[in-house]
Design a binder for this molecule. Structure first.
Ligand SMILES: [Zn+2]
Length: 66
């Protein structure tokens, strides 16, 4: 993973916590000190999220065509 601010590699985790099934991590860029959060989700959650996004895309397509 690269820093979203400067695009460089080299991120350190400054904090991580688990809530329900999800893991949240607070990361800091070693190069520019930019801080941001990441989260990990289970594959089951990812797949249901993916099918949800596909439905939204289909709906947007339908709305565009009408
Ligand atoms: Zn950076």
């Amino acid at each position: 993973m690269n820093c979203p601010q400067c695009g460089k590699k080299g991120l350190r985790v400054i904090n991580s916590r688990t809530r329900n099934e999800s893991v949240y991590r607070r990361r800091e860029c070693v190069a520019c000190s930019f801080r941001f959060s990441t989260t990990e989700i289970s594959m089951a959650d990812y797949q249901s999220l993916q099918s949800c996004c596909q439905r939204i895309c289909q709906l947007q397509q339908i709305l565009k065509e009408s």
